[in-house]
Design a protein around this ligand. Structure first.
Ligand SMILES: NC(=O)c1ccc[n+]([C@@H]2O[C@H](COP(=O)([O-])OP(=O)(O)OC[C@H]3O[C@@H](n4cnc5c(N)ncnc54)[C@H](OP(=O)(O)O)[C@@H]3O)[C@@H](O)[C@H]2O)c1
Length: 356
């Protein structure tokens, strides 16, 4: 198969750099054209690089961020645009790209609740891509969820497949990078916790219901699930920790652990079915003080899927319900990696007219 030409919009931002890391040597996608905003245009990727665990990816480290309109991207033959744009810019730009025949995989919230747009997590609701059929080769928008909702949904899905989950209480401890670069002022967050992230709680509640909803004709019927979220910003760098309570009658601990451990919707034999899919999307950590952001945020194998697994732990079962913690890498599974996985599923489903 010929590799598919791609671009990253907002390549200089936090999510944009994670996209660059994942796409520089992707087996199905060409190394991306890097489209930046006012601050980063004209600079090389290595000049603006911010991810401390890894250097800028070799094949594109010296590429300069450029400016490009949707018309210019269409003329350049770009087939897939990965969007790391701020929400206010994403709304019109992504619509225009899709109108020009480009497949847009977006992190922005602008189109998430649009009834015609799949809000996708391949392990959870792959059938929602059906909203786009039949249109191989045409433009469209697929979004991923809010970063905290992504972790919650991966932990919930195997439980909901086996047990009647009726109500979800979730409290988040969200990392600084969730606010992008440069993010929260250091004097506001150092020695502090901020119990307010604009619109975050509503996004978690609405998006969870849409993702778990059912495909009906041309739309998604949201699941009638009560989700009650409290979201706080804490002074960690990457990785959102979430405390989850599911009230109700649940079976014993072993059955719940088995539901998570047996959850492998994207495995073919012993291999991941898509290049960026983790072998185990939900990992159970047995230690009493895990998961934690620092040691657990890069969870996931194979190497290309690091940061794509959600770690759960501290499961407690009692007669009134269950409680557990989860940890999700906000910028990988909850951000760029989630979008890349969405694009891989779309390619595999023939939505780009290519056969893999
Ligand atoms: N951070 C997370 O954990 C996370 C997780 C899930 C979803 N998201 C969403 O993903 C999007 C990106 O988030 P982020 O955290 O990466 O924010 P960010 O660090 O602020 O990055 C946004 C980037 O967009 C660029 N930009 C602005 N206007 C542009 C334009 N017209 N053309 C091209 N680039 C443009 C900016 O470029 P300059 O720097 O050059 O001005 C900036 O680098 C947001 O919609 C956010 O809500 C973020």
């Amino acid at each position: 198969m010929r590799k598919i030409p791609t671009a990253i919009l907002g390549a200089g931002g936090w999510i944009g750099q994670h996209f660059a890391r994942l796409l520089a040597d992707h087996p199905w996608f060409e190394p991306p054209l890097l489209v930046g905003g006012e601050r980063t245009q004209g600079r090389t990727l290595e000049e603006i690089w911010q991810i401390p665990e890894e250097g800028p990816p070799g094949p594109i480290a010296r590429d300069r961020l450029t400016t490009a309109s949707p018309a210019a991207l269409e003329r350049a033959g770009i087939r897939v645009a990965f969007s790391a744009l701020p929400g206010d810019k994403a709304s019109l730009l992504e619509t225009e790209l899709a109108r020009r025949g480009i497949a847009v995989f977006s992190n922005a919230s602008a189109h998430r609740m649009d009834p015609r747009v799949p809000l996708l997590i391949p392990e959870v609701n792959p059938r929602h891509l059906g909203l786009l059929h039949p249109r191989p080769g045409r433009g469209f928008i697929v979004t991923n969820t809010n970063c905290s909702a992504a972790g919650l949904l991966l932990a919930l899905k195997p439980l909901r497949d086996r047990f009647p989950v009726e109500r979800v209480y979730v409290t988040t401890y969200q990392a600084l990078s969730g606010a992008g670069f440069p993010g929260v002022p250091s004097l506001a967050i150092g020695d502090n916790v901020v119990p307010y992230i604009p619109e975050e709680e509503t996004k978690m509640e609405e998006e969870t219901r849409k993702v778990l909803g059912s495909l009906r004709g041309n739309g998604i019927r949201p699941l009638a699930l009560r989700v009650i979220a409290n979201c706080a910003r804490v002074a960690t760098r990457e990785g959102h920790l979430e405390a989850v309570t599911l009230p109700g009658k649940y079976p014993e601990e072993g059955d719940i652990l088995r539901a998570w451990k047996d959850f492998h919707p994207l495995q073919e034999g012993k291999e991941p079915a898509l290049p960026t899919a983790p072998l185990d999307p939900v990992l159970v950590h047995p230690a009493p003080d895990r998961p934690q952001p620092l040691p657990d945020r890069w969870a996931g194998v194979p190497h290309r899927a690091r940061g794509m697994a959600v770690t759960v732990g501290r499961l407690r079962v009692d007669p009134d319900g269950i409680r557990f913690y989860l940890l999700v890498h906000n910028a990988v599974r909850g951000g760029a990696g989630g979008s890349v996985l969405n694009a891989e599923l779309a390619v595999r489903e023939g939505l780009l007219g290519e056969v893999v």
